[in-house]
Design a protein around this ligand. Structure first.
Ligand code: 5GP
Ligand code: 5GP
Length: 254
């Protein structure tokens, strides 16, 4: 009898553990990463403007990356959920000429239109600068498949891209910098002034990633902010990535 109840207790405990594992997060927080186009281009590898034209001289989204508290991160989590660019293409032709709106299911119509909105906003705010020139789909596919699939329990494909766009709207990095007198003019600025300008405006401490220009100077390449697991709220970073900038870094024009 006693042995039986011990076995039952162990079974219950095992079930409890499993259920905790099942609902537990696949990750602890996101890095929201934006890139300065001038620094992507001002390198040995150089850059190519998207087929849709030269992007604005502003920070563009690189990605929204699920991460663990210990600094490690998951990647390529679900090959069965590939990026679906068709969804992004539909909306522009929608509704087809001659269709009466009454003929169609409203939920589906609203969703298509929402996705169409996302596409133009992504071209503007998440432009690709890699060579050869692309329309963005290659970059977005990479970001969804490598990072987005690792937060799919929280954000579906549409939600993932929408969350990143929403975060970018919340934080105007260029304005934070220029209002502190830090301008993309090819001059060098102190790393600590750059960080405090962002900290004071955005309310959270950023991580700055540098790369090097063709002459080997350290320059402001990417800015990381941390976001909670909903993908909506900025938080202080639980851990910063590794890497080093100089104490004075260049802010190239674009
Ligand atoms: P990640 O750093 O996110 O792992 O990789 C970025 C990938 O996206 C690379 O394969 C890179 O060639 C491609 N890519 C396309 N456009 C861009 C861009 O504008 N910026 C960056 N950083 N990568 C881009
Ligand atoms: P400190 O400890 O004075 O803040 O920074 C010392 C050095 O650490 C800096 O010169 C820089 O190389 C590196 N460092 C500090 N903060 C950051 C940062 O946000 N990003 C990067 N990449 N390096 C940093």
């Amino acid at each position: 009898m006693k042995a039986n109840s011990t076995v039952t207790l162990i079974k219950i405990l095992a079930l409890l553990c499993l259920s905790v594992l099942c609902v537990s997060q696949e990750f602890d927080f996101f890095y929201f990463v934006q890139q300065w186009p001038g620094s992507y281009c001002d390198t040995k590898q150089s850059c190519c403007y998207p087929t849709t034209g030269k992007p604005a001289a502003d920070f563009g989204i690189h990605g929204l990356w699920p991460n663990y508290q210990d600094g490690k991160y998951p990647q390529n989590c679900d090959s069965k959920n590939p990026f679906n660019p068709d969804k992004f293409d539909f909306g522009q032709l929608y509704p087809p000429v001659g269709w009466s709106v009454k003929q169609h299911n409203f939920t589906s119509l609203n969703r298509q239109v929402k996705i169409a909105d996302l596409r133009s906003s992504m071209q503007k705010n998440w432009p690709t600068l890699a060579c050869p020139s692309g329309n963005g789909v290659g970059f977005w596919t990479h970001e969804w498949e490598k990072h987005g699939t690792c937060s799919e329990s929280v954000l579906d494909q549409h939600g993932y891209f929408q969350a990143a766009l929403g975060l970018q709207k919340q934080v105007n990095l260029l304005q934070a910098l220029t209002s502190a007198g830090i301008n993309p003019d090819g001059r060098s600025y102190s790393l600590s002034n750059i960080k405090s300008a962002i900290q004071e405006t955005v309310g959270f401490t950023p991580w700055i990633e540098c790369n090097t220009d063709t002459s080997g100077n350290s320059q402001l390449y990417q800015i990381y902010l941390c976001v909670d697991t909903t993908g909506k709220n900025l938080i202080e970073c639980p851990v910063f990535p590794r890497g080093k900038c100089g104490s004075e870094i260049e802010f190239p024009s674009f």
